[in-house]
Every structure is written in structure tokens, then in C-alpha cells.
Design a protein around this ligand. Structure first.
Ligand SMILES: CC(C)(COP(=O)(O)OP(=O)(O)OC[C@H]1O[C@@H](n2cnc3c(N)ncnc32)[C@H](O)[C@@H]1OP(=O)(O)O)[C@@H](O)C(=O)NCCC(=O)NCCS
Length: 151
């Protein structure tokens, strides 16, 4: 993988299976890929989007699932947002996030929310999400805070 130049990627909607290896490696290395299937991952209105190199290597992934917010509002949950560390800071994560927003808009729009890692708060803020409530510590993963926006 050439890391000297921006990675040339294409985005594609895929089944959850295509996301699992990168989800596991970047987000939950203490679990197995099979343990990285989330509730609602296989619902028909769930969207999984990956960023692919020309050779088909998955270097980014994001998913959006129909799931109510922690405060009980109907909405869509963003999950499994991950970019391979070798191709970060090239806008791939932002493109994936935009694709999930497009999906929610295509379903009529609504509330988009996520449990954001505190380190990723500036990334989500740039996409128009804001924090809600107080951060908490997720064992083995780190500090999280809820973020949301209307799309
Ligand atoms: C968050 C993440 C998906 C962003 O992917 P990306 O392809 O680098 O996204 P972009 O290139 O569009 O944006 C990069 C920006 O996000 C910042 N960033 C956000 N969260 C970050 C994190 N956890 N680690 C490192 N950088 C992060 C980068 O510093 C960069 O900011 P800058 O543009 O001001 O320099 C990627 O950093 C990642 O996979 N991090 C580890 C897993 C993670 O935290 N996922 C989010 C779970 S809620």
C-alpha cells in the first residue's frame, strides 16, 4: 500500500460481512470479527458503506442502522466508523459519513446519532453533529459521548 500519496478509493454499499475485518482490527481488536456483528446489521434498511482500493482492499467502513436514540427519540444510529490507519486524514472517513447521511435522507431523513469516541468528536463536529450529555468510559475502548444531528 502506497502511503506517500492520497489513497484513491471508491465507495460501495456492501453486506455487513465486508465490514467485519476492518471493524474488528480498528475498533475492537480484543474481539473476533464474528463478534463485531451489531444488532440490526442485517435489517434491509441498514446501510453498510466501505471505501475500497483499486485492488478491492477495504480501507474504510461505516454503517447506519434504524435505531432509537438513548433518550428515546426515533432515529438512525451511526456505527462501525473506521479508517485503516495507513490512509487516515485523507477525507475517507468524511466521505463515508456523508454516504450514511445520504442513506438516511433517502429514507426520509431524521435524527442521526452515535456513541462517539471522545478523540473523534472534532471529526463528527465537522460533519455537523453536536455532543449531548456527559462522557462515559467504555471498558477496553475508552471515553465516549453521544453525538447527534438532524439530516
Ligand atoms: C475517526 C476516523 C474514522 C476518521 O477517519 P479519516 O479517514 O481519517 O477521516 P478524515 O480524513 O475525513 O478526517 C480526519 C480527521 O479526523 C481526526 N480524527 C478524528 N478522530 C480521530 C481518531 N480517533 N484518531 C485519529 N484522528 C482522528 C483527524 O485528526 C483528522 O482531523 P484533521 O482533519 O483536523 O487533521 C479514523 O480516525 C479512525 O478510524 N479512528 C479510529 C477509530 C475511531 O475512533 N472511530 C470512530 C469511532 S466513534
Amino acid at each position: 500500500m502506497n502511503t506517500d500519496q492520497p489513497a484513491d478509493v471508491r465507495l460501495e454499499r456492501v453486506s455487513v460481512e465486508a465490514t467485519l475485518e476492518l471493524r474488528q482490527r480498528v475498533l475492537r481488536p480484543h474481539l473476533t470479527p464474528g463478534e463485531l456483528v451489531f444488532p440490526h446489521d442485517r435489517e434491509p434498511d441498514t446501510a453498510h458503506v466501505v471505501a475500497l482500493l483499486a485492488d478491492g482492499t477495504v480501507v474504510g467502513t461505516a454503517s447506519v442502522l434504524h435505531e432509537g436514540s438513548p433518550w428515546g427519540a426515533p432515529g438512525w444510529r451511526l456505527r462501525g466508523m473506521a479508517t485503516d490507519e495507513r490512509v487516515r486524514d485523507q477525507g475517507i472517513g468524511s466521505r463515508l459519513l456523508s454516504a450514511t447521511i445520504d442513506h438516511v435522507r433517502g429514507q426520509g431523513g431524521g435524527l442521526l446519532w452515535c456513541n462517539a469516541r471522545v478523540r473523534a468528536v472534532p471529526f463528527y463536529r465537522r460533519a455537523g453533529l453536536e455532543t449531548r450529555g456527559e462522557p462515559w468510559e467504555e471498558p477496553l475502548i475508552g471515553s465516549h459521548i453521544v453525538m447527534w444531528r438532524l439530516v
